[in-house]
Design a protein around this ligand. Structure first.
Ligand SMILES: Cc1cc2nc3c(=O)[nH]c(=O)nc-3n(C[C@H](O)[C@H](O)[C@H](O)COP(=O)(O)OP(=O)(O)OC[C@H]3O[C@@H](n4cnc5c(N)ncnc54)[C@H](O)[C@@H]3O)c2cc1C
Length: 335
């Protein structure tokens, strides 16, 4: 890290495990510290994760005043995160349409975007087009004409990683949880928290509600919810031996909820940093946003927000070009 950003970037070719071994750091350190960190950052183990990812996170902890701060939303994301964003957009005259996915990017003869065709059959035309889905969806909807371009071709290496979220409501308050995010290096669990302690909306003095990230999830994503709950309870019985038993002879499950995301954030394996695209694409008037696009943070909410800012900046910079283009299209349609 003393080598600065160029050094950090140069470590993209090595996995965390390989980098540790290259420095002569015993595998014990990887097992005791970096399993938890790798899973928390990208839902995979140190033998797969690019070392650059760890160094970027550590750099932030060291260099930014609030870099290591952790916080919880005080309620459910649709209500506490999405609704304020929707209200803001609508207050400025924008529109948010749910359940209307982009089904096709339709092109003009010059391979620029003619319109987006939505799943409800409607057509969206714009002066500029921003595509802000996860990278796997972009790849699925990419027009044939664009596929050979190196900018889009290198997206092949970016693939979403599977992850599972488990929510368990227990009949009692667990004593060994804390008002914080907890990091596990157990084989199947990653970060978790007792939401009845950490989060105002779920506060309960008598019963715990654990929310856990189950990762790596590659081998579990197709399994049944009850298999996943059984495996989670088996892991929890090792983390809370006095309070949780697999057969529920100790804390009992009142209800549970399993959320599977077969393709979540892009898998940060070695050598994928050069494949992350800039927000301005080579197609005039077509832009990308999303955590996988080029920005200094990792695959995270902050990264997604920063990518949106870069995307907006690119559109503002291109304003005159876009306006001139609009004029040419309008004139052509009059002829
Ligand atoms: C289990 C889990 C835990 C996480 N924890 C954290 C955390 O603690 N902190 C953190 O910073 N990050 C966390 N992340 C990562 C964070 O959620 C992502 O980095 C962030 O959501 C990426 O934002 P995005 O806008 O790039 O993509 P997304 O949030 O995936 O948004 C893409 C949007 O595109 C929409 N879409 C998909 N297909 C179409 C289509 N055809 N047409 C139109 N729209 C479409 C989707 O519905 C979605 O709303 C976590 C991720 C997971 C899966």
């Amino acid at each position: 890290m003393l080598g600065g950003q160029p050094y950090v970037e140069a470590q993209d070719g090595l996995s965390v495990q390989d980098w540790m071994r290259k420095q002569g750091i015993p595998d014990r350190v990887t097992t005791e510290v970096f399993i938890a960190m790798s899973k928390a950052l990208n839902f995979i183990n140190p033998d797969e994760l690019s070392m650059q990812c760890i160094l970027i996170a550590l750099n932030r902890f060291l260099q930014e005043k609030h870099g290591s701060k952790m916080a919880f939303l005080d309620g459910s994301p649709p209500e506490r995160l999405c609704m304020p964003i929707v209200n803001h957009i609508e207050s400025l005259g924008g529109q948010v349409r749910l359940n209307s996915r982009i089904q096709k990017i339709e092109l003009n003869k010059d391979a620029t975007v003619k319109n987006f065709l939505l799943s409800d059959g409607s057509i969206i035309k714009g002066d500029a087009y921003v595509f802000a889905t996860p990278v796997d969806i972009l790849k699925l909807l990419l027009p044939e004409e664009w596929k050979p371009l190196p900018y889009f071709k290198k997206l092949d290496k970016l693939v979403g990683v599977p992850v599972i979220n488990v929510h368990i409501w227990f009949d009692r308050k667990l004593k060994n949880t804390y008002d914080h995010l907890l990091f596990s290096r157990s084989p199947l669990l990653s970060v978790y928290a007792d939401m009845s302690v950490t989060c105002k909306e779920y506060y309960d003095p008598n019963r715990s509600m654990l929310e856990l990230v189950f990762a790596p999830a590659e081998e579990w994503i197709a399994r049944s919810d009850s298999d996943i709950i059984d495996a989670t309870m088996s892991e929890l019985s090792r983390l809370f031996p006095d309070e949780i038993a697999v057969d529920q002879s100790k804390a009992k499950i009142l209800k549970y909820h399993v959320v599977k995301t077969p393709r979540s954030v892009y898998k940060t394996v070695p050598d994928c940093e050069p494949c992350r695209p800039l927000q301005r694409s080579p197609i005039e008037g077509f832009y990308l946003a999303g955590d996988y696009t080029k920005q200094k943070y990792l695959a995270s909410m902050e990264g997604a927000v920063l990518s949106g800012k870069f995307c907006a900046r690119a559109i503002v910079q291109d304003y005159e070009l876009l306006a001139a283009r609009e004029k040419v299209v309008a004139e052509a349609s009059l002829v």
